[in-house]
Design a protein around this ligand. Structure first.
Ligand code: GTP
Ligand code: MG
Length: 305
């Protein structure tokens, strides 16, 4: 190869990348314009790199009310009706708007009585997260919540076939909501099966979590239609005990068919208070949830230091 051609080659290689390329570089998608819908795991990791994010694991059968809880939460906070909390930011406003589309009545100042949302799989391999930054009015604490809206089929697959790869994020969860349909628990014929499945789910979770112990919240929806029977709650607790799990049972009505009796959004504030935890005094929802002697000792030990 002659010196001449080598020189030409060098020139060519210097500008080679540019030949035939667009005159202007395509702008890199800045993180200032995040995904308009739910955030993927990558977005979540990026967000978690910049600030502390409270990841919530949300499980439950299809139609149990998972998305309804998220929609109700968003509607409450965006209308300044989440007592003790105010809205600060969301990186997934469009996704929230999408899931509340069925509840447009709210915009007329009316609490929606019913809405229909079915979570569809955009990506079968990873969850889509909704992000909500809230400020707690009592102490000004900012909390970034990462709330996955996953289809109920994922919970079913976990229970039936132990498929847990796409639920790996649960390991980062500080609290886990197991959403149960209050109508099923009120149905004498269906209740037993559901309680047994909650036990199986708890066992699967123990395996996934591998020693971690996020706060477990059993979120019973449809409180507007069916008040959870004390005996049913006791049986649920017994089933969880049997699996070595502890949970608090919450009664909620993200939407209400009987707004005069039970307002839409019932129980959502308590759900967020418990999910976030912290210094606010929280009501005892169930006897067995009171801290044990050992916990107290540990807490005081930390406080001493
Ligand atoms: N009246 C009343 N309706 C509710 C309540 N919770 C949920 N719903 C309704 O029940 C239906 C199913 O709730 P979804 O939130 O879509 O259920 P999901 O768990 O997200 O179901 P998948 O996405 O299929 O897994 C919706 O039409 C909700 O409006 C409640 O507490 N009271
Ligand atoms: Mg859903």
């Amino acid at each position: 190869m002659s010196a001449d051609t080598q020189g030409d080659d060098e020139v060519a290689s210097q500008s080679g990348d540019r030949l035939g390329a667009p005159v202007l570089d395509q702008p890199v998608r800045a993180s200032a314009f995040p995904s308009s819908r739910t955030l993927g795991l990558k977005d979540m990791n990026a967000l978690m790199g910049t600030r502390y994010v409270n990841v919530v694991g949300i499980l439950g059968d299809p139609e149990s009310g998972k998305t309804a809880c998220l929609a109700s939460l968003y509607l409450l906070v965006s209308h300044a009706m989440l007592e003790g909390w105010s809205f600060a930011d969301s990186r997934s406003l469009a996704a929230f708007e999408e899931i509340v589309r069925g509840a447009r009545d709210w915009n007329n100042g009316e609490v929606p009585e019913q809405m229909t949302v079915h979570t569809e799989l955009a990506d079968d391999h990873g969850p889509g997260f909704l992000h909500l930054r809230l400020v707690r009015l009592s102490d000004g604490r900012r909390v970034d919540l990462a709330l996955p809206d996953v289809p109920g089929e994922w919970t079913q697959a976990l229970i039936h076939t132990a498929r847990s790869d796409r639920l790996d994020f649960m390991k980062s969860a500080e609290s886990i909501w197991i959403v149960l349909d209050g109508r099923t628990l009120a149905d004498i014929e269906k209740r037993h099966g559901l309680i047994a499945r909650v036990g199986q789910l708890a066992a699967r979770l123990n395996t996934i979590l591998d020693g971690r112990s996020p706060r477990l919240l059993i979120v019973v929806t449809h409180h507007d239609l069916h008040v959870l029977d004390d005996n049913v709650a006791i049986r649920l607790q017994a089933e969880l005990d049997r699996r070595g799990s502890k949970a608090e049972i919450m009664k909620v009505a993200p939407f209400s068919d009987q707004p005069d009796n039970v307002p839409a959004g019932f129980g959502m504030t308590e759900l967020i208070n418990l999910t976030v935890g912290g210094p606010t005094e929280r009501p005892v929802f169930w006897r067995t949830t009171e801290p044990t002697e050992g916990d107290r000792a540990y807490l005081s030990y930390r406080r001493d230091r």
